[in-house]
Design a protein around this ligand. Structure first.
Ligand code: FES
Length: 155
């Protein structure tokens, strides 16, 4: 990834894209959704504060683990406006996300442990199936797939 000299405080969308690895279209989308912001030059070009790089890295990492953009936006809105977030600001945001990430890890563990059973089952039971009910809203999942009664009788 290309380095941006420290003395540069604002980035063009191309620089932000190159440094963050996010496509320009993705950056425009993040901006349209209120996740990042820019100022416009007199020539109507976007300029991003340098700390936007960290915001984009945060957004992309959160998206990779399936966290919805609205949740990411809510988290980023906790950062201070009008100044560059400090290490403490980011640490606070990170701490607030611990339970969100723990929840995701639990969901992914359930999916990992039950997906093979589901592929061989096909019942898509709202009660027991990790595909139909990934949040396990009916309580702790029993191990293995659960064939529906009518499926067992026909077998
Ligand atoms: S398809 Fe998931 S438990 Fe049957």
């Amino acid at each position: 990834m290309p380095q941006i000299p420290v003395k540069i405080h604002e980035l063009t969308v191309g620089q932000l894209s190159a440094r963050s690895g996010a496509a320009v279209s993705a950056l425009h989308f993040y901006e349209a959704k209120g996740l990042i912001s820019s100022r416009r030059t007199t020539g109507n070009q976007r300029r991003y504060q340098r700390d936007t790089l960290r915001r984009v890295a945060f957004i992309r990492a959160a998206q990779r683990v399936g966290i919805p953009l609205a949740t990411i936006r809510d988290a980023l809105s906790e950062l201070p406006e009008g100044r560059t977030p400090t290490r403490e600001d980011w640490a606070h945001l990170s701490e607030a996300w611990r339970s969100e990430l723990d929840q995701r890890i639990t969901q992914l563990g359930r999916l990992r442990d039950h997906l093979t059973d589901c592929i061989g089952c096909g019942c898509l039971s709202l009660e027991n199936c990790v595909l139909s009910n990934p949040d396990d809203v009916f309580g702790e999942r029993l191990t293995g797939s659960r064939l529906m009664k009518e499926n067992r009788e026909g077998a």
